[in-house]
Design a protein around this ligand. Sequence first.
Ligand code: DX5
Ligand code: ZN
Length: 229
Amino acid sequence: MATIGPSIMCADMGRLQESIIRLHDANVDFFHFDIMDGKFVPNFTMGPDMIKSLRSHSGKPFDIHLMIEEPEKYIDLFADAGADMISVHAESTMHLQRTLQAIRGKNIKVGVALNPATPLSYLDYIWDTIDYVTLMTVNPGFAGQKFIPLTLNKIQQLKQQIDEKNLNITIQVDGNISFETIPQVIANGADMLVCGTSCLFKKNQTLEDATAKLKNFITKIPEYSPVNA
Ligand code: DX5
Ligand code: ZN
Protein backbone atom coordinates (compact mmCIF):
# COMPACT_ATOMS: atom_id res chain seq x y z
CA MET A 1 0.00 0.00 0.00
CA ALA A 2 1.15 3.56 -0.76
CA THR A 3 2.87 5.28 2.17
CA ILE A 4 2.19 8.84 3.31
CA GLY A 5 4.69 11.53 4.29
CA PRO A 6 3.67 14.97 5.54
CA SER A 7 5.38 17.78 3.65
CA ILE A 8 6.74 19.76 6.60
CA MET A 9 6.96 23.01 4.62
CA CYS A 10 3.16 23.01 4.90
CA ALA A 11 3.14 22.60 8.70
CA ASP A 12 2.70 25.41 11.24
CA MET A 13 6.28 26.81 11.32
CA GLY A 14 5.66 28.14 14.81
CA ARG A 15 4.70 24.70 16.18
CA LEU A 16 6.93 22.30 14.24
CA GLN A 17 8.01 20.13 17.18
CA GLU A 18 4.38 19.63 18.21
CA SER A 19 3.40 18.87 14.58
CA ILE A 20 6.10 16.20 14.24
CA ILE A 21 5.08 14.53 17.50
CA ARG A 22 1.37 14.61 16.64
CA LEU A 23 1.93 13.30 13.10
CA HIS A 24 4.24 10.59 14.44
CA ASP A 25 1.56 9.53 16.88
CA ALA A 26 -1.04 9.63 14.07
CA ASN A 27 1.20 7.06 12.39
CA VAL A 28 2.37 8.71 9.20
CA ASP A 29 5.04 6.67 7.39
CA PHE A 30 7.80 9.24 6.82
CA PHE A 31 8.46 12.98 6.99
CA HIS A 32 9.26 14.98 3.82
CA PHE A 33 11.34 18.13 4.18
CA ASP A 34 11.53 20.46 1.17
CA ILE A 35 14.81 22.40 1.29
CA MET A 36 14.85 25.50 -0.94
CA ASP A 37 17.66 27.97 -1.67
CA GLY A 38 15.91 30.78 -3.55
CA LYS A 39 17.96 29.88 -6.64
CA PHE A 40 16.96 26.43 -7.88
CA VAL A 41 13.44 27.42 -6.87
CA PRO A 42 12.20 30.98 -6.13
CA ASN A 43 11.46 30.26 -2.46
CA PHE A 44 13.08 29.49 0.91
CA THR A 45 12.00 27.01 3.58
CA MET A 46 14.27 25.44 6.21
CA GLY A 47 17.86 24.30 6.85
CA PRO A 48 19.86 21.51 8.55
CA ASP A 49 19.60 23.02 12.05
CA MET A 50 15.82 22.77 11.87
CA ILE A 51 16.08 19.12 10.77
CA LYS A 52 18.49 18.49 13.65
CA SER A 53 16.13 20.10 16.17
CA LEU A 54 13.24 17.88 15.04
CA ARG A 55 15.20 14.63 14.71
CA SER A 56 14.77 13.43 18.27
CA HIS A 57 10.96 13.77 18.11
CA SER A 58 10.36 10.89 15.70
CA GLY A 59 12.20 7.78 14.62
CA LYS A 60 10.30 7.65 11.34
CA PRO A 61 12.34 8.25 8.14
CA PHE A 62 13.33 11.86 7.50
CA ASP A 63 13.23 12.32 3.72
CA ILE A 64 15.15 15.43 2.65
CA HIS A 65 14.24 16.84 -0.77
CA LEU A 66 17.04 19.18 -1.86
CA MET A 67 15.56 21.77 -4.20
CA ILE A 68 18.88 23.59 -4.25
CA GLU A 69 21.70 24.28 -6.68
CA GLU A 70 24.99 22.39 -6.20
CA PRO A 71 23.48 19.91 -3.71
CA GLU A 72 26.80 18.03 -3.69
CA LYS A 73 28.13 20.70 -1.36
CA TYR A 74 25.53 19.94 1.32
CA ILE A 75 25.09 16.15 1.46
CA ASP A 76 27.21 15.76 4.63
CA LEU A 77 25.40 18.66 6.31
CA PHE A 78 21.95 17.10 5.87
CA ALA A 79 23.09 13.54 6.47
CA ASP A 80 24.71 14.64 9.75
CA ALA A 81 21.53 16.56 10.65
CA GLY A 82 19.65 13.25 10.68
CA ALA A 83 18.47 12.51 7.14
CA ASP A 84 17.49 8.91 6.42
CA MET A 85 16.86 9.66 2.73
CA ILE A 86 18.14 12.47 0.50
CA SER A 87 16.88 13.27 -2.99
CA VAL A 88 18.65 15.71 -5.29
CA HIS A 89 17.30 17.18 -8.52
CA ALA A 90 18.83 15.78 -11.70
CA GLU A 91 18.67 19.34 -13.06
CA SER A 92 20.59 20.88 -10.14
CA THR A 93 24.11 19.47 -10.45
CA MET A 94 26.75 19.00 -13.14
CA HIS A 95 27.80 15.71 -11.52
CA LEU A 96 24.63 13.78 -10.72
CA GLN A 97 26.14 10.29 -10.54
CA ARG A 98 28.93 11.43 -8.24
CA THR A 99 26.46 13.28 -6.01
CA LEU A 100 24.26 10.19 -5.73
CA GLN A 101 27.32 8.10 -4.85
CA ALA A 102 28.14 10.61 -2.10
CA ILE A 103 24.68 10.10 -0.60
CA ARG A 104 25.16 6.33 -0.85
CA GLY A 105 28.46 6.77 0.98
CA LYS A 106 26.58 8.17 3.98
CA ASN A 107 24.62 4.90 4.20
CA ILE A 108 21.26 6.55 3.68
CA LYS A 109 18.67 6.07 0.93
CA VAL A 110 19.49 7.72 -2.39
CA GLY A 111 16.85 9.63 -4.35
CA VAL A 112 16.78 11.55 -7.60
CA ALA A 113 14.06 14.13 -8.21
CA LEU A 114 12.80 15.12 -11.67
CA ASN A 115 10.94 18.31 -12.52
CA PRO A 116 7.74 17.86 -14.52
CA ALA A 117 9.36 18.53 -17.91
CA THR A 118 12.48 16.44 -17.27
CA PRO A 119 12.42 13.14 -19.22
CA LEU A 120 12.92 9.73 -17.61
CA SER A 121 16.00 9.27 -19.85
CA TYR A 122 17.92 11.18 -17.15
CA LEU A 123 17.75 7.88 -15.21
CA ASP A 124 19.41 5.80 -17.96
CA TYR A 125 22.88 5.71 -16.36
CA ILE A 126 21.99 5.89 -12.66
CA TRP A 127 19.55 3.00 -12.22
CA ASP A 128 22.20 1.17 -10.16
CA THR A 129 22.72 4.14 -7.81
CA ILE A 130 19.21 5.09 -6.66
CA ASP A 131 16.67 3.73 -4.20
CA TYR A 132 13.81 6.06 -5.11
CA VAL A 133 12.70 8.60 -7.71
CA THR A 134 10.77 11.71 -6.73
CA LEU A 135 8.53 12.75 -9.62
CA MET A 136 7.44 16.37 -9.24
CA THR A 137 3.77 16.56 -10.13
CA VAL A 138 3.81 20.35 -9.80
CA ASN A 139 6.57 22.82 -10.58
CA PRO A 140 8.76 22.88 -7.46
CA GLY A 141 8.86 25.73 -4.98
CA PHE A 142 5.42 26.35 -3.57
CA ALA A 143 2.56 24.49 -1.95
CA GLY A 144 -0.98 24.92 -3.27
CA GLN A 145 -0.24 24.48 -6.97
CA LYS A 146 -2.21 22.44 -9.54
CA PHE A 147 -1.29 18.88 -10.51
CA ILE A 148 0.29 18.62 -13.98
CA PRO A 149 -1.77 15.92 -15.79
CA LEU A 150 0.98 14.69 -18.12
CA THR A 151 3.03 13.59 -15.11
CA LEU A 152 0.58 10.68 -14.75
CA ASN A 153 2.03 9.20 -17.96
CA LYS A 154 5.49 9.70 -16.52
CA ILE A 155 4.60 7.76 -13.36
CA GLN A 156 3.24 4.93 -15.48
CA GLN A 157 6.28 4.83 -17.78
CA LEU A 158 8.65 4.89 -14.80
CA LYS A 159 6.78 2.03 -13.13
CA GLN A 160 6.96 0.02 -16.37
CA GLN A 161 10.72 0.60 -16.65
CA ILE A 162 11.31 -0.37 -13.01
CA ASP A 163 9.29 -3.56 -13.46
CA GLU A 164 10.93 -4.43 -16.81
CA LYS A 165 14.39 -4.04 -15.24
CA ASN A 166 13.22 -5.90 -12.13
CA LEU A 167 14.57 -3.12 -9.91
CA ASN A 168 13.68 -2.34 -6.31
CA ILE A 169 13.13 1.39 -6.79
CA THR A 170 10.34 3.35 -5.12
CA ILE A 171 8.28 6.02 -6.89
CA GLN A 172 7.58 9.10 -4.79
CA VAL A 173 5.18 11.78 -6.04
CA ASP A 174 5.32 15.35 -4.84
CA GLY A 175 2.83 18.12 -5.54
CA ASN A 176 -0.95 18.54 -5.27
CA ILE A 177 -1.36 14.96 -4.04
CA SER A 178 -5.05 15.20 -3.16
CA PHE A 179 -8.12 13.03 -2.73
CA GLU A 180 -8.66 13.55 -6.45
CA THR A 181 -5.14 12.73 -7.66
CA ILE A 182 -4.23 9.98 -5.16
CA PRO A 183 -6.26 7.22 -6.90
CA GLN A 184 -4.71 8.22 -10.23
CA VAL A 185 -1.09 8.27 -9.08
CA ILE A 186 -1.50 4.95 -7.25
CA ALA A 187 -3.16 3.35 -10.30
CA ASN A 188 -0.09 4.39 -12.32
CA GLY A 189 2.44 3.00 -9.87
CA ALA A 190 3.27 5.61 -7.21
CA ASP A 191 4.43 4.17 -3.86
CA MET A 192 5.22 7.19 -1.65
CA LEU A 193 2.85 10.16 -1.38
CA VAL A 194 4.14 13.58 -0.29
CA CYS A 195 1.17 15.04 1.55
CA GLY A 196 0.85 18.81 1.88
CA THR A 197 -1.98 21.32 1.77
CA SER A 198 -3.87 19.24 -0.79
CA CYS A 199 -4.72 16.32 1.50
CA LEU A 200 -3.26 16.77 5.00
CA PHE A 201 -2.63 20.30 6.23
CA LYS A 202 -6.16 21.67 6.24
CA LYS A 203 -7.28 24.73 8.25
CA ASN A 204 -10.53 23.14 9.37
CA GLN A 205 -9.08 19.75 10.39
CA THR A 206 -6.75 18.57 13.14
CA LEU A 207 -3.59 16.75 12.07
CA GLU A 208 -4.95 13.62 13.70
CA ASP A 209 -8.29 13.72 11.90
CA ALA A 210 -6.70 14.59 8.55
CA THR A 211 -4.19 11.74 8.85
CA ALA A 212 -6.86 9.22 9.85
CA LYS A 213 -9.10 10.31 6.96
CA LEU A 214 -6.21 10.05 4.50
CA LYS A 215 -5.07 6.64 5.71
CA ASN A 216 -8.62 5.32 5.60
CA PHE A 217 -9.08 6.71 2.06
CA ILE A 218 -5.90 5.01 0.82
CA THR A 219 -6.87 1.60 2.22
CA LYS A 220 -9.88 1.66 -0.13
CA ILE A 221 -7.84 2.33 -3.28
CA PRO A 222 -6.99 -0.73 -5.43
CA GLU A 223 -3.27 -1.54 -5.45
CA TYR A 224 -1.26 -0.92 -8.64
CA SER A 225 -1.67 -3.55 -11.34
CA PRO A 226 0.13 -3.38 -14.72
CA VAL A 227 -3.08 -4.41 -16.43
CA ASN A 228 -5.10 -1.44 -15.11
CA ALA A 229 -2.37 1.19 -15.48
C1 DX5 B 1 6.29 21.82 -4.15
C2 DX5 B 1 6.10 21.30 -2.75
C3 DX5 B 1 4.65 20.90 -2.53
C4 DX5 B 1 4.36 20.48 -1.13
C5 DX5 B 1 3.02 19.75 -1.08
O1 DX5 B 1 7.60 22.29 -4.28
O2 DX5 B 1 6.96 20.19 -2.57
O3 DX5 B 1 4.40 19.82 -3.38
O4 DX5 B 1 5.33 19.68 -0.65
O5 DX5 B 1 2.03 20.70 -0.97
P1 DX5 B 1 0.73 20.72 -1.88
O6 DX5 B 1 -0.14 19.56 -1.45
O7 DX5 B 1 0.10 22.05 -1.54
O8 DX5 B 1 1.17 20.63 -3.29
ZN1 ZN C 1 9.36 17.75 -1.98
